[in-house]
Design a protein. Structure first.
Length: 260
């Protein structure tokens, strides 16, 4: 993977119009975790999605509107997402090309019910963060899962697996010192990135990049590989620019403006 390949994946035709380069829905956030959905949403928009909509608790939605008016919001009543929000989320879900779920969503029992309904849908999905802790991988398909090592172990336990053997047509982007992109038939590695990226929020940026590329390409494996490479590449650029590990997750968003 390299920048030329990624630019080809995200390339725009001369006559395209709004929506043809990907519409993204992000289902995320809770009263005490507002930063994660913001980072993911802006990353998805920056990397090329034509439109990004955040479905979230109303307080998170108001914060999002102030932080970045370019992101549309579906404000749902309450401090966290719950099963009763399912109908409202489903009302327009078919108009999106890909869905990201999990960033800052929390582990509430009613949230778990909602998450497990969404992940079973036959749509292209990225499943990240708290949502990974709430699901059984045997019940899902057409998804990219983006766990770090601890979340990966929780996923195995909840799925009653010793190793990932029944991932169907899913892809796992296992984050670590060297990222692994795991499918049913192969494992590839990504070597961009550095220890400075082991900070809160960088995974949310990665997930946002991933869902935007997926919305455009409709290809699970290519999207996971491209997102891992691009996220790590930005981290390596920041390492050189800052002359050390003095960067944070939101710096990755700004670095997207400088990639050529």
């Amino acid at each position: 993977m390299n920048l030329y390949i990624i630019n080809r994946l995200l390339g725009r035709e001369i006559n395209t119009h709004k929506g043809q380069n990907g519409r993204v829905l992000i289902i995320a956030g809770s009263k005490d975790l507002t930063g994660a959905p913001m980072l993911a949403s802006v990353a998805a928009l920056r990397v090329g999605a034509d439109t990004v909509t955040l479905a979230c608790p109303d307080e998170v939605g108001r914060a999002m509107n102030c932080y970045c008016p370019d992101i549309m919001t579906i404000k749902l009543k309450g401090d966290y997402l719950k099963d009763s929000h399912y109908a409202q989320i489903m009302k327009n879900i078919k108009k999106y090309d890909a869905v990201l779920i999990g960033n800052g969503i929390g582990l509430n029992t009613s949230t778990k019910k909602l998450v497990n309904k969404i992940v079973k849908l036959n749509i292209l999905k990225v499943i990240d963060a708290d949502a990974i802790k709430l699901i059984n991988i045997k019940n899902i398909h057409n998804s990219i899962l983006t766990p770090h090592k601890k979340e990966y172990q929780t996923l195995l336990k909840n799925s009653e697996l010793k190793d990932i053997k029944e991932i169907k047509n899913n892809v796992i982007l296992l984050k670590g010192e060297t990222d692994q992109i795991i499918t049913k038939n192969s494992t590839t590695v990504n070597k961009t990135g550095n220890p400075g990226m082991a900070k809160a929020g960088t995974g949310d940026v990665l997930a946002g990049i991933c869902v935007a590329i997926l919305a455009k390409t409709k290809d699970l494996q290519k999207s996971a590989e491209a997102a891992a490479w691009l996220s790590g590449y930005m981290g390596d650029l920041l390492l050189k620019k800052k002359k050390g590990y003095y960067f944070i997750a939101s710096d990755l968003l700004n670095e997207l403006e400088n990639i050529k």
